[in-house]
Design a protein around this ligand. Structure first.
Ligand code: HEC
Length: 141
């Protein structure tokens, strides 16, 4: 016998309430810009900043990120798997095109943050925010 849709609904009700009770602890809450910012500043902006090579996407500011965002662009809101920006960090180090390209992959937690941010709509602050490289370049670590 196929379980009725009504049973699924009943089963989902307690889950909904649990979600309401602990909104900040919910594992499904999308990562915000302030959570992904340190990841980009530690591992991407050294190369994708103001001194990047011609043709490379710029992650120097939220305005630049916004210009890379949209259907068919590097960051496709709601679709991390179709976003080149996510694909390159999810690749294994040995794959050509993996980012960072120097064999220092992001931690799985950081990859999940970027995925969650894009899945949740790749929200950016209204006001333009500059991104600056933090720490040593992934190239020299
Ligand atoms: C050591 C320098 C360096 C670092 C660090 C780096 N990149 Fe890149 N990135 C490059 C270069 C060079 C290119 C252009 C050549 C290429 O596509 O391989 C590039 C290209 C890209 C592209 C375009 C790829 C395409 O197929 O169009 C994306 C997206 C990208 N990087 C994302 C990132 C992200 C996200 C990070 C941080 C996790 C990062 N990169 C860190 C050097 C770097």
């Amino acid at each position: 016998m196929k379980p009725s849709p009504a049973l699924f609904l009943l089963a989902a009700v307690p889950l909904l309430f649990a979600g309401c009770a602990t909104p900040t602890a919910s594992p499904t809450a999308a990562a915000g810009f302030e959570q992904i910012r340190p990841v980009l500043e530690a591992s991407c902006v050294h190369c994708h900043g103001s001194e990047r090579l011609a043709g490379m996407p710029s992650f120097s500011s939220t305005r630049d990120l916004a210009a890379l965002t949209g259907p068919g662009r590097l960051i496709v809101p709601g679709a991390p798997e179709s976003s080149r920006f996510f694909q390159v960090v999810a690749m294994s180090d040995s794959d050509i095109g993996a980012m960072p390209p120097t064999g220092h992959a992001l931690a799985p937690r950081e990859v999940e943050l970027l995925k969650s941010w894009i899945a949740g709509g790749a929200e950016l602050p209204d006001k333009n925010v500059a991104l600056r490289p933090h720490g040593r370049s992934p190239r020299s670590r």
